[in-house]
Design a protein around this ligand. Sequence first.
Ligand SMILES: [Zn+2]
Length: 119
Amino acid sequence: MFCKNCGTGIAKESEFCSECGDKVEKANNPVNQPPPPLSPLNQIPTVGNYIVVQLLAMIPLIGFILMVIWAVGGSTTPLWRRNYARAFFVMIAIGVVLSILMTIAFAGIFMAILDEFMW
Ligand SMILES: [Zn+2]
């Protein structure tokens, strides 16, 4: 490519012209390019999207079924909603594991205390 200011040939990667020091305007400057249009599947969720999804998730049973459908992710489910649903189930799994561990821990403490008084 060539410098716009003085016409000197310059390396593709250089930001400034070696001859005149002018800033090189790259033909394919990614910063100045408008982002490619997002397909519905790659849409960026709005605040409203999140609120609607969270409200739906709170509905007993129906919310759970919706979450399963989104987590499985049909061809029409936007990625963010699928990921949200998957995160939801990961959180449930973590909660279940933690509650089991807590139950075991408390049962152990309870048994230990019981032992103290029994003998
Ligand atoms: Zn130049």
